[in-house]
Write a protein that binds this ligand. Structure first.
Ligand SMILES: [Zn+2]
Length: 553
């Protein structure tokens, strides 16, 4: 297999409030993707960060009686801390207001586009929603209000800098139709193409210093203007690579990387799939190669957000249920092409059925039997009857993740686990032991150890801690296993609320402390546990896909 160089990023959220579960989804997806590629031997760099320079942050700080710098510093800490609570393995974290790499890079990109003749000043009048940080045409509003925030947008009339997006319409279309820029899932690529073919319009890329409350990056050679927050934010993907000096990191991870991958929410697709590639083309730089788009998490059908009073704090969830359970739910259950409703009960039920019952039970009974029948020594042998299933597991996961489908990838792992559990039930090692059918018993035990080790390796990008516990219990790849302890606790009433499992524990060694439910399916409408602290919402990834409003002149 040839090694590739892969650069992966998440969007950078506004930090007007601490992070919510919707952004945790994006972080965990990007992290799992990076870990998976590393597992396959690729060279990977993973970047996340925070968008500090939005007007939204300025207004949140004013409301809280803080300076903008204080507010963004306080909230940026919560975002940075997620790498511990969610077990994230990022290589870099950029804060756009304080990182010395950022401003020179954003200015350089601006100057490169100006040198290409793509920037110009023009009088502009429009309706601006600060929540979305974008202009709206009157017909896009809902009875005069922003459809996303239900607030009345501000009327803005000023001379702004514009970017000549119109010039890149044909190039963008060719880039997407040729596969030079892959947008997944596929229906989002069609959506972008329809938007591009519908006719692009130049967009405003600055605001007056006064309207920006003096916060943000000054437009080069025009101190009365501050660079539009989206221009500034998109620039983070290359400012973190020292594009400001076109240094080694830029050479290595942008110019020479085989894949430049942005993981984003569907609400910011236009910015990433249209504006950003056009800015790079204008500056003479290569555009990204892939844009991977996730849908939203909802609660009772409504998008998670503070304004709707249903934000969920990912740090609190990870503390209560463990990072493995939370990561597993986000990767195993969230639909690749539709919004997914979150409930505590679903999270717990999924962790119980897959991790504690199916996988935990497999590891536990395998280790217990190797100890009981072979004194802890792993019999020689390969995957035996499980060979075909285990051999195709890596390829199945690769194919699913290449299509940005974590649910299918996690499902492939569980199929292998189920096949191994079936082997136990069919081969009945305890009867082989009683009958002294030693060779057959050895073959079954060797196949089960092989399966547990294969699954542990393949599941590492999804649940790194749990995978490490499995590897340890199986003797770190050595000739002897350790004693059998549950690798994944069952989540029950002690974790708050009524937790029901979607299926009975499988046959074999029961997990200690398990409290099986007689219910056949998870509740769909369970209340959010009271121990979850309500958390403020956040992020700019809330803007929705819309046509750019017409520009008046
Ligand atoms: Zn809005």
């Amino acid at each position: 297999m040839t090694t590739k160089r892969v650069y992966i990023t998440t969007a950078i959220p506004y930090v007007n409030a601490p992070p919510h579960l919707g952004f945790a989804l994006e972080l965990v997806q990007a992290d799992a993707l990076a870990r998976h590629r590393r597992l396959r031997g690729d060279e990977v760099r993973l970047l996340t960060g925070t968008d500090d320079n939005s007007l939204k942050n300025v207004l949140a700080a004013e409301a809280a009686g803080l300076t903008t710098a204080e507010l963004v510093a306080r909230n940026a800490t919560h975002f940075a801390n997620l790498h511990v609570s969610l077990q994230l393995a990022f290589d870099d974290f950029i804060r756009t207001s304080t990182d010395p790499r950022h401003q020179p890079a954003v200015a350089r990109l601006w100057r490169a586009c100006a040198a290409a003749g793509d920037l110009y000043r023009e009088w502009y009048e429009g309706l601006y929603c600060v929540g979305c940080e974008q202009f709206y045409a009157a017909e896009e509003l809902d009875r005069g209000r922003c459809p996303e925030h239900e607030t009345v947008p501000e009327r803005v009339a000023e001379e702004n800098w514009f970017f000549r997006l119109t010039r890149y319409q044909d190039q963008l279309e060719a880039l997407i139709t040729s596969g030079g820029l892959r947008i997944l899932p596929e229906f989002h690529a069609r959506e972008v193409l329809a938007f591009v073919r519908g006719g692009l319009q130049d967009f405003s890329i600055s605001r007056s210093r006064e309207r920006a409350h003096g916060w943000g990056i000054a437009a080069p050679d025009d101190p009365d203007h501050v660079i539009y927050v989206w221009w500034d934010a998109l620039g983070n993907y290359i400012s973190a690579l020292d594009y400001g000096t076109r240094g080694d990191a830029y050479q290595r991870w942008w110019l020479e990387a085989e894949e430049r991958v942005h993981v984003i929410g569907k609400g910011v697709l236009r910015f990433h799939a249209v504006y950003w590639p056009a800015m790079l083309l204008s500056a003479g730089e290569p555009p990204p190669t892939s844009i991977l788009v996730h849908e939203y998490l909802t609660m009772n059908g409504r998008k998670l957000s503070k304004s709707l009073g249903n934000a969920v704090d990912p740090e609190g969830l990870a503390e209560r249920f463990g990072a493995d359970a939370l990561r597993w739910w986000l990767l195993r259950e969230v639909a690749p092409a539709a919004d997914t409703d979150f409930t505590i009960e679903r999270l717990a039920a999924r962790a119980n059925s897959d991790l504690a019952n199916a996988l935990g039970n497999l590891v536990n009974r395998t280790v217990a039997m190797v100890n009981r029948y072979r004194g802890g020594r792993v019999p020689a042998g390969g995957p035996g009857q499980l060979a075909s299933r285990l051999c195709r597991l890596p390829a199945d996961i690769d194919a699913a993740l290449a299509a940005f489908d974590f649910r299918a990838a996690a499902g492939a792992v569980m199929e292998a686990v189920d096949a191994a559990n079936r082997l136990v039930n069919q081969a009945r090692p305890w009867e082989l032991a009683r009958a002294n059918r030693s060779a057959e018993l050895d073959a079954v035990l060797a196949a089960l150890v092989y399966a547990c080790r294969s699954v542990a390796r393949e599941i590492t990008p999804f649940v790194p801690d749990l995978a490490a516990r499995i590897v340890r219990q199986l003797g770190d790849g050595g000739a002897e296993v350790r004693s059998a302890d549950p690798v994944q606790p069952r989540l029950g009433p002690a974790h708050g609320g009524e937790v029901r499992g979607p299926q009975q524990a499988r046959e074999g060694t029961a997990m200690p402390g398990s409290a099986q439910s007689s219910s056949g399916s998870p509740s769909k409408t369970g209340p959010v546990g009271s121990r979850l602290a309500p958390s403020p919402e956040c992020c700019s990834i809330a803007t929705v896909w819309r046509r750019k409003p017409a520009r008046s002149s």
